[in-house]
Design a protein around this ligand. Structure first.
Ligand SMILES: Cc1cc2nc3c(=O)[nH]c(=O)nc-3n(C[C@H](O)[C@H](O)[C@H](O)COP(=O)(O)OP(=O)(O)OC[C@H]3O[C@@H](n4cnc5c(N)ncnc54)[C@H](O)[C@@H]3O)c2cc1C
Length: 272
């Protein structure tokens, strides 16, 4: 059974009526790899409600950061969204997950494909110095429905570019490609469709996807994962066969959806 430490909320920021991020204290004994997730939760009316959450903060940070959806009648998030500094929150002691650098073969470019809150694990990875050491170029491809969905990522990138240590490599090596599906924007469409049409590389002035030198991490809903996986497999990318076994790409579900059917090949390492 998972064990938990009790942490305290240190800050909360609401990005839209359905998205917020928050920081908590971090147990000195918690160790994790950037890209991993853990379980967080609350005791509500005598019942422990816990859910999987990607750790958005890098593993060298003193605090933990999370980026969350608000599901209107969601058992956890309908309560969590009212959290205030000082409130207690349960954090599991055993991080896990597939979106880790060591499970990718060496390569020159790293593509990070995210929809919605799927950007959270990449918030940690683009703040990891090792990402810039291992890859010449990092391409963050993020999709949302409306402008509000991009606010957290926009602010993250603004702060990263201004960072005294990581700002220079980020400005030099990190590309940002954001697209929306439901509002007019510079780039409109599903990120998987834009990738498939070759538009992402073309518009960023990059060579097309190539399994010999590109590595990919994917985090989104089941449909996005299925589309991304089909596009990568068709181009000759092979998936990491499991945690600890490197491949050309890795993927993780950004959430579990009870009503949607599973993709043809089930996602690995879903902790919820
Ligand atoms: C590996 C993993 C990592 C995750 N990381 C995050 C994270 O960093 N941030 C986050 O907000 N959630 C994340 N989730 C989802 C999270 O575990 C919860 O499902 C979510 O916080 C809602 O909890 P809830 O109890 O309020 O509602 P739940 O009963 O858990 O969910 C109700 C329904 O809401 C929808 N839903 C749930 N989560 C999301 C989401 N993130 N985006 C869109 N729709 C959703 C689904 O249709 C789901 O069936 C992750 C899930 C997994 C499996």
């Amino acid at each position: 059974m998972a064990t938990y430490t009790t942490e305290r909320v240190t800050g909360v920021r609401h990005w839209s009526p359905k998205l917020f991020s928050f920081c908590t204290t971090r147990s000195a004994s918690l160790r994790f790899e950037n890209g991993q997730f853990l379980m967080i939760g609350l005791d509500i009316a005598g019942r422990r409600v816990v859910r999987a959450y990607s750790i958005a903060s890098p593993n060298y940070a003193d605090e933990l950061e999370f980026y969350s959806i608000i599901v209107p009648r969601g058992p956890l998030t309908s309560r969590l969204c009212r959290a205030e500094p000082g409130d207690q929150i349960l954090v599991s002691t055993k991080p896990t997950g597939t979106l880790v650098l060591r499970d990718l073969r060496p390569g020159r470019r790293l593509f990070l494909l995210a929809t919605g809150t799927g950007v959270a694990p990449f918030a940690a990875l683009i703040r990891d110095p090792e990402t810039y050491e291992r890859f010449e170029r990092i391409v963050l491809v993020r999709g949302g429905r409306t402008h509000e969905d991009l606010g957290y990522g926009d602010e993250l990138l603004r702060r990263l570019h201004a960072d005294p240590y990581l700002g220079a490599p980020a400005r030099r090596q990190l590309h940002d490609y954001a697209a929306l599906t439901r509002e007019p924007f510079a780039r409109v469409g599903r990120i998987t469709a834009l990738m498939s049409a070759g538009r992402v590389c073309q518009e960023l002035g990059l060579a097309p996807l190539d399994p010999r030198e590109d590595r990919v991490m994917v985090c989104g809903n089941v449909h996005m994962l299925a589309d991304a996986r089909a596009l990568l497999e068709a181009r000759g990318f092979t998936v990491s066969p499991g945690i600890g076994c490197p491949g050309d790409y890795v993927f993780e579900r950004a959430f579990v959806d009870a009503v949607e059917p599973r993709p043809a090949t089930p996602a690995r390492a879903s902790g919820a």
